[in-house]
Design a protein. Structure first.
Lengths: 612, 372
C-alpha cells in the first residue's frame, strides 16, 4: 500500500469493537476529505471463530458491496499476506492507499495498577493507564484499607492484560514498592489471552528498587522496568509508562489475541485501543480549533469521558491538557443495572416526565441488561433509557473530575498541596468548556436530536456558553487513528461528516431568586431578550446559522463566563435544539413532591418541542 | 449485518450438544479421543502452582536486615519442609537463640535484600475438570482442552446465577404462573436433596431459603423479582456476567425479571425429563461470546424436535416479545414489512406485525422479539 501520507486519497479504517467491527471508507474528493461508505459485521474474536480478521473482512465486503470499490484481493498466497488490495494509481477505482484500525475487542485493554499512596502514586499509575486507553480493573494502594490477603485475592480473581506498579519517589521508600511486587507475585494473575504468555508487568516505581523487583518478578512475568512515574513529589512523568503500555498492548497482548497477529500485518500504522483513537480525535480537534472540549462515549458496558483544557501554566497560545477516564461499569445495556445501583432509583426517576413504579424500573432495566439489543418501543421506555443515560453521564463525569488524566507533555509539575487533594479538580472547569460532544447509541441515535441536547445539558449542567454536538455514526476512533498519520484529513472529515451540531446552551454560575430578571441577550432576536431566573427558554436557530450575541447579566450574582455581573460577547451555533438559555440554576433543583417534579420535567420537554 | 432479531433461546427434546472443557493452565487429558464419559467424571487435570507466602523475617525474628542475611539458612531454589529451620541466630554471646521454621512444605522463591522478606511457594495442588456432559470425547487439544459431544435434551434460560451442578429433574405440580412458596416445597413428599426443580413463575424469598435448607441442586423457573434476587444473593447484580456466585444451588430463569410464567414449551419438555439426571449451569454472559444458562439431560431418549436455531423469522412463526408494552407475551408473526417504520418512541426501525394471544394485531420492532 502507498504509505506516503501526502499522496493518499483512499483510507480504509476499522474499529474492532467487543460486539461489532465497524469499517468506514475515507476518500479525498474534489471538495476535500469525506467519509463515504460504512459497513459492519459481528466481531469474531471469540470462539468458535476466534479470528478477528474474519469479522474485519466481512465488514470490508459490506463496504465493497455498497461502494462498488474492490477492496479485497481475489486470492492471497498465504494466511499471513494482507488481503487488502492496494491502489495502483490515484485514479484507480479499486483498492485503498492505507488501512488503519483501533480495537476494543475482547473488552479492550484491561489493567490492574498499584501504588503506595492512593492519592499519589496509585492515582498517577491510574492516570497513565487510563491515558493509554486502558480500563482500570482495580487500583491497588497500600493505604486502601484492604488487608494484604484481600489485595492478593482481588488481583488473582482478575485477569488483566498488563499490571502497572508504581510507588516511592527516586531515592525514597524501597520497602513499599517491593511489597507491591511481592503482592503481584503472590496473586500471580493469569493473562486473558495466551495460556503460555507471561503477564506483562510494567515497573514504574522508585528506580533504586528495580533490581530487587526484577528478582521477585522477572521469572514469572514479562518484567518491564520504566522511568518512575513519580520521580519526586512535585513531578508526574507518565510518558514512558504510557509508551510501554502501548508497546506491550501492541506486541504482547494483541499479538496473543485471536487473529491479531494477522491483523497487525494488514497495516503499517500501530493499532491503538478504541478509546485512545477517540481521545486522539478529541485532542486533534482541540489543537486545530483552540477549543476546550468535553466528550463522552456512552456504550453498552462502559462510559468514556475525555476533556481537553488549555494548560493554565503555559504562556503559549494553546497547550492542551488532555484527560481521559473510563467508567468500566456504567453503560446502557450490559451494565445498565449497575447504573441503577450506583445512581439509585430515585435519581433516575427525577428526570422522568411521568410516573413509573420503582419496582417496575428495577425489573425493566434488568430485562434490558439480559436482552441488550432490544430497543424502546414506547415513549415511556425511551424516556426511562434517557433518564438512565443522564445518570450514567453524571456519574462518569464525577469519576472524570475525581481523576483527570494528564497525558500531554512528558513532564507536568504540580504543587504538593494540589497533589494531595483531588488532582482532577484543579484541571476541570465546566465554565471553560467550549464544546460538548456526545457519542454512543443513546445520544447519536436519539430519535429526536433535541433530546440528545437535553440529556447532555441535564447530565453535565454546563456553565457559560457551550456548544453541543453528537458523533453522527461513531467514527471518532477511526478518525483518531487516521489523525496519527494525517491530522488534516481527520479534522476535515470530523467537521464535515462526523460532528452533528445540536445547538448552544447558555447558563450562568450563581443563583438568584426565581422570577427576577437575570440576563439580557442582544443579537439573537430583533430586540434584546430578557430572561428571568428559573426559566428554561429555547430560541430556534437553524443548523447552518450562527449568531454573534452580547450577553449581559442583570444581576451581579450571575457569571456567564466573563466574571460575576460582567457582560461578554459570544458566537452561538444553531442546530435542532437551537439556542437554549438555561436559568434553572446550578446545580439543578428538584421538587420533593413527585407531582410537581413531573410537571416541571414535562414543561422542559415541551419547551424543547419534545413529546412526552 | 447484525441480525434484526435475537436468536431464540433453545428448548429442544433432542439435539447434539458439544461443550468445550478447558484447563485454566497447561495440564493433561485423562481420557482419549472417542472415549465415552459420564458427566461427573474427571476428564482433565492440571497442577495449580502453590501459592506464595511471604515471611517477613525482620518482624518475625526481631533481627536487623544484616543479621537476617547472615542467619538465613536457605537460598532461592531450595526445597524446604514444614518445620525445617530456615533462620538461626545466636545473640548475647550465644546465650539466646532465634530460630524460624518453614510453615509449609515449599520452595524458596525469592529473598528480598531490601526488606528481608522471604517468599516461599507451597506445593502444587491438583485440579480436575469434569466432563459436564455424559457423552463422547470428540476432540482433544493436548494438555489444554477437549470437546465432549452428547445427544441431549436442552433447555436454555435467559439469566442465571451459580455454576455447574448435577441432579435429578423434578417438575413442580403447580400452574405455570404460580409463585412458588415455602409451603409448596414443604408439601412435596419426595426428598428434594440434589434435585433440579422446574416450574412456577418465580420463587418467594422464603421458598428460596427453604430450597437451600432442603439441599436442592438447582431451580429453573419463569422469572425473578429484582428485590428477591438481591435478598437471596445478599447484593444487587449490576452487570450481566454471572456464574461465580457462592450460592447453595444454581438458579435459572427462562423468561426474565418480573412476574412471568414459565413457558409452556419449557414445562412440556421438562415433564418428559422427570427422574432423569441432568446438568445445569447458571453462567450468563450477555456480552460478546454470549453464554446463557442451561439445563441439559444427556441421552434423554426423546424424539428429535425441530431445531430452533434453523428457524427463520417468517409469517406464521411464533415469537416472544421481550420489551414493553407487550413484554413476555407470545405472538404469531402476521407480516414482515421490508420498509422501516416509525414506532411510538420515534425510533425508525425494522418492524413486524404480530397477533397476540388475545387476537389483537400489533406492530413491534424486530429487535424486540425472540423466535420460539
Amino acid at each position: 500500500m502507498n504509505q506516503t501520507t501526502k499522496n493518499i486519497s483512499t483510507v480504509l479504517a476499522t474499529d474492532c469493537g467487543s460486539t461489532t467491527t465497524k469499517a468506514v471508507l475515507f476518500e479525498r474528493k474534489s471538495e476535500g476529505w469525506r467519509q463515504t461508505f460504512r459497513g459492519e459485521a459481528p466481531t469474531t474474536v471469540e470462539k468458535p471463530l476466534a479470528d478477528v480478521t474474519i469479522g474485519v473482512r466481512n465488514a470490508f465486503t459490506e463496504i465493497e458491496e455498497l461502494s462498488g470499490r474492490k477492496i479485497l484481493k481475489a486470492q492471497v498466497s498465504s494466511e499471513e499476506e494482507s488481503p487488502i488490495l492496494a491502489k495502483q494509481s490515484v485514479d484507480d477505482p479499486n483498492g485503498v492507499d492505507l488501512y488503519v484500525s483501533t480495537s476494543s475487542a475482547g473488552g479492550g485493554l484491561q489493567m490492574v495498577v498499584a501504588g503506595v499512596v492512593g492519592a499519589m502514586t496509585t492515582a498517577s499509575a491510574e492516570r497513565a493507564a487510563l491515558g493509554a486507553g486502558a480500563i482500570v480493573m482495580d487500583a491497588i494502594a497500600l493505604d486502601d484499607n484492604r488487608e494484604p490477603y484481600e489485595r492478593v485475592q482481588k488481583i488473582r480473581h482478575l485477569r488483566p492484560d498488563i499490571v502497572l506498579i508504581s510507588g516511592g519517589v527516586d531515592g525514597g521508600t524501597k520497602n513499599h514498592p517491593l511489597e507491591l511486587a511481592e503482592t503481584v507475585l503472590q496473586a500471580s494473575p493469569r493473562p486473558r489471552f495466551g495460556e503460555t504468555l507471561r503477564l506483562p508487568v510494567i515497573y514504574a516505581a522508585n528506580k533504586d528498587t528495580r533490581e530487587e523487583a526484577a528478582k521477585i518478578l522477572a521469572e514469572k512475568f514479562a518484567f518491564n522496568p520504566v522511568a518512575n512515574i513519580r520521580p519526586n513529589l512535585e513531578t508526574e512523568r507518565l510518558d514512558e509508562a504510557r509508551d510501554a503500555i502501548h508497546e506491550l498492548f501492541l506486541h504482547h497482548v494483541m499479538s496473543h489475541a485471536p487473529g491479531y497477529k494477522k491483523l497487525l500485518g494488514y497495516t503499517p500504522v500501530p493499532i491503538i485501543p478504541t478509546p485512545a483513537g477517540f481521545g486522539e480525535m478529541v485532542l486533534t480537534a482541540a489543537k486545530q480549533t483552540g477549543e476546550q472540549i468535553l466528550a463522552v462515549d456512552i456504550g453498552g458496558a462502559t462510559t468514556d469521558v475525555f476533556s481537553v483544557f488549555r494548560d493554565p501554566q503555559s504562556n503559549e497560545k494553546f497547550v492542551p491538557i488532555f484527560n481521559r477516564t473510563v467508567s468500566a461499569n456504567l453503560g446502557m445495556s450490559y451494565s445498565v443495572a449497575n447504573v441503577l445501583i450506583e445512581a439509585g432509583v430515585e435519581n433516575i426517576k427525577r428526570w422522568l416526565p411521568l410516573s413509573v413504579n420503582s419496582v417496575e424500573i428495577r425489573d425493566r432495566l434488568r430485562n434490558k441488561m439480559i436482552r441488550p439489543t432490544s430497543i424502546p418501543q414506547t415513549m415511556e421506555d425511551l424516556l426511562l433509557e434517557q433518564a438512565i443515560c443522564r445518570e450514567a453521564l453524571r456519574l462518569a463525569l464525577e469519576h472524570h473530575q475525581r481523576l483527570a488524566v494528564g497525558l500531554k507533555g512528558s513532564k507536568k509539575v504540580r504543587a504538593l498541596n494540589q497533589m494531595l487533594k483531588d488532582t482532577g479538580d484543579e484541571l476541570f472547569d465546566l465554565m471553560a468548556i467550549d464544546l460538548i460532544i456526545g457519542s454512543g447509541g443513546v445520544l447519536s441515535h436519539a430519535p429526536d436530536r433535541r433530546s440528545a441536547a437535553l440529556m447532555l445539558i441535564d447530565a453535565y449542567q454546563p456553565l457559560g456558553v457551550t456548544k453541543l454536538a453528537v458523533d453522527s455514526i461513531f467514527m471518532m476512533p477511526h478518525l483518531g487513528v487516521l489523525a496519527t498519520v494525517n491530522a488534516d484529513a481527520a479534522v476535515e472529515i470530523f467537521y464535515r461528516d462526523c460532528l452533528v451540531e445540536l445547538g448552544t446552551v447558555i447558563a450562568p454560575r450563581g443563583e438568584i431568586k426565581p422570577g427576577k430578571a437575570a440576563v439580557e441577550i442582544s443579537g439573537l432576536m430583533a430586540t434584546p431578550l430578557t430572561i428571568m431566573a428559573g426559566e428554561f427558554k429555547v430560541i430556534e436557530l437553524a443548523s447552518d446559522e450562527r449568531r454573534h450575541v452580547e450577553i449581559k447579566p442583570l444581576n451581579a450574582n450571575l457569571d456567564f463566563g466573563a466574571g460575576f455581573g460582567k457582560s461578554l460577547s459570544a458566537e452561538l451555533i444553531g442546530g435542532p435544539a437551537g439556542v437554549i438559555i438555561d436559568l434553572r440554576g446550578r446545580p439543578l433543583h428538584f421538587a420533593t413532591d413527585e407531582k410537581t417534579r413531573i410537571e416541571r420535567a414535562k414543561a422542559v420537554h415541551k419547551i424543547l418541542g419534545l413529546e412526552v | 449485518m447484525a441480525r434484526a432479531y435475537t436468536p431464540a433461546l433453545t428448548v429442544s427434546a433432542k439435539t447434539k450438544i458439544t461443550r468445550l472443557r478447558e484447563l485454566p493452565l497447561p495440564g493433561k487429558a485423562l481420557v482419549k479421543l472417542g472415549d465415552e464419559v459420564s458427566s461427573e467424571q474427571a476428564v482433565l487435570s492440571a497442577e495449580l502452582p502453590g501459592e506464595v507466602e511471604i515471611l517477613k523475617l525482620l518482624e518475625r525474628s526481631g533481627l536487623d536486615l544484616e543479621a537476617v542475611k547472615k542467619s538465613l539458612l536457605v537460598k532461592v531454589g531450595d526445597s524446604v519442609s514444614r518445620g525445617q529451620t530456615i533462620l538461626s541466630a545466636k545473640s548475647f554471646f550465644g546465650l539466646f537463640c532465634t530460630e524460624l521454621t518453614a510453615p509449609i512444605d515449599s520452595q524458596v522463591e525469592f529473598f528480598n535484600q531490601v526488606n528481608g522478606h522471604l517468599g516461599i511457594r507451597g506445593s502444587a495442588r491438583p485440579i480436575n475438570i469434569s466432563a459436564y456432559l455424559s457423552g463422547k470425547v470428540v476432540g482433544i487439544e493436548e494438555g489444554k482442552a477437549l470437546n465432549i459431544e452428547a445427544s441431549a435434551a436442552w433447555i436454555q434460560g435467559v439469566f442465571g446465577v451459580g455454576g455447574e451442578r448435577f441432579g435429578e429433574v423434578l417438575v413442580l405440580s403447580l400452574p405455570n404462573d404460580a409463585l412458588v412458596d415455602k409451603q409448596d416445597l414443604q408439601k412435596i413428599t419426595s426428598d428434594l436433596k440434589g434435585k433440579i426443580l422446574v416450574g412456577g413463575r418465580g420463587y418467594s424469598i422464603e421458598a428460596l431459603r427453604e430450597a437451600q435448607h432442603l439441599g436442592v441442586s438447582a431451580i429453573l423457573t419463569g422469572s425473578v423479582n429484582s428485590q428477591t434476587l438481591k435478598e437471596f444473593l445478599g447484593y444487587d447484580i449490576g452487570v450481566a456476567i454471572t456464574g461465580d456466585e457462592n450460592i447453595p444451588f444454581t438458579f435459572i430463569v427462562t423468561e426474565g425479571f418480573g412476574e412471568l410464567a414459565i413457558s409452556e414449551r419449557v414445562m412440556t419438555l421438562a415433564k418428559k425429563l422427570v427422574g432423569k439426571k441432568g446438568c445445569v449451569n447458571g453462567t450468563t454472559q450477555v456480552r460478546a461470546g454470549a453464554m446463557r444458562p442451561e439445563l441439559i439431560v444427556c441421552s434423554a431418549g426423546l424424539e428429535e424436535t425441530q431445531s430452533v436455531g434453523s428457524l427463520e423469522l417468517k409469517v406464521g412463526a411464533t415469537v416472544r416479545i421481550v420489551r414493553t408494552p407487550y413484554f413476555g407475551q407470545l405472538a404469531t408473526v402476521v407480516q414482515l414489512p421490508t420498509e422501516l417504520e416509525k414506532v411510538q418512541s420515534g425510533a425508525i426501525v425494522r418492524v413486524l406485525q404480530v397477533q397476540l394471544a388475545d387476537g389483537r394485531l400489533e406492530v413491534v420492532p424486530r429487535a424486540n422479539v425472540e423466535l420460539v
